[in-house]
Design a protein around this ligand. Sequence first.
Ligand code: CAA
Length: 248
Amino acid sequence: MSKTTRTALVTGGNTGLGAAIARALHDAGHKVIIAHIPGHETVAHWLQQQAEIGYNFTAYGVDVSDFDSTQALAQAIHADGHQVDILVNNAGITRDATLRKMEKSGWDAVLRTNLDSVFNVTKVFLDPMLERGWGRIVNISSINGSKGQFGQTNYSAAKAGMHGFTKALAQEVARKGITVNTVSPGYLRTEMVAAMREDVLNQIVAGIPVGRLGDPTEIAALVAFISSDSAAFMTGSNIAMNGGQHMF
Ligand code: CAA
């Protein structure tokens, strides 16, 4: 894997999969900026803990569902002298419910945070990547964007939409040194999965051929590769890593 040092931005980079991705990109020699929910009171403590184990991250608060907020993020990052070469659109939420029980607010929150965010954040960092002629955009989708999931019409729709965005933008920037890819993880050992109903989760794990949840570091290693110079021929792809739960 190439060792050229770049600057990476990971949205939702202070928790779960995002934190594992931030550490993997740091391990690959990159400068890593994490974007977190504004006013997240635990972030300072988390940054301190990461620094103690050798991970020096720069952090900014942003509401990825709000275009004005992502514009302000880009202004702040550029004003501080950073340029974003690698963008990982990882921030996401769940509001699981069957469609019959789903409130309009649960639909809107998931579509705005998981899908509008991909437009909002990518839009504000794309032009500088085009000017420099190099970029990596990785959209973190989900197994459930491909296979659907009982209780997740909102999440499955948003995650499927992310890959449509990936395929369209990949074509637009392919000749400009920028790759755009989707990564679709299966069920991982994260807080998001731990919040599921235990009986439902046990049933899902029983259907995973490798017989266990994934570890966030396994997905993070894949993201680090896609973000490298070595992955220049990979674009518009949807790479699944789900323990064999869904094969396509
Ligand atoms: N397939 C078919 N029928 C099912 C079912 C399934 N998978 N699961 C439940 N049902 C049935 C029940 O047997 C019950 O039937 P009856 O009414 O005939 O008894 C009915 O559906 C229950 O319907 P409810 O609307 O009452 O559903 P609920 O409130 O009990 O549960 C839910 C809804 C909490 C959303 C639950 O379905 C659930 O947890 N689903 C899993 C959601 C999930 O996978 N979330 C992943 C979160 S992590 C993540 O998203 C990360 C990632 O990318 C993987």
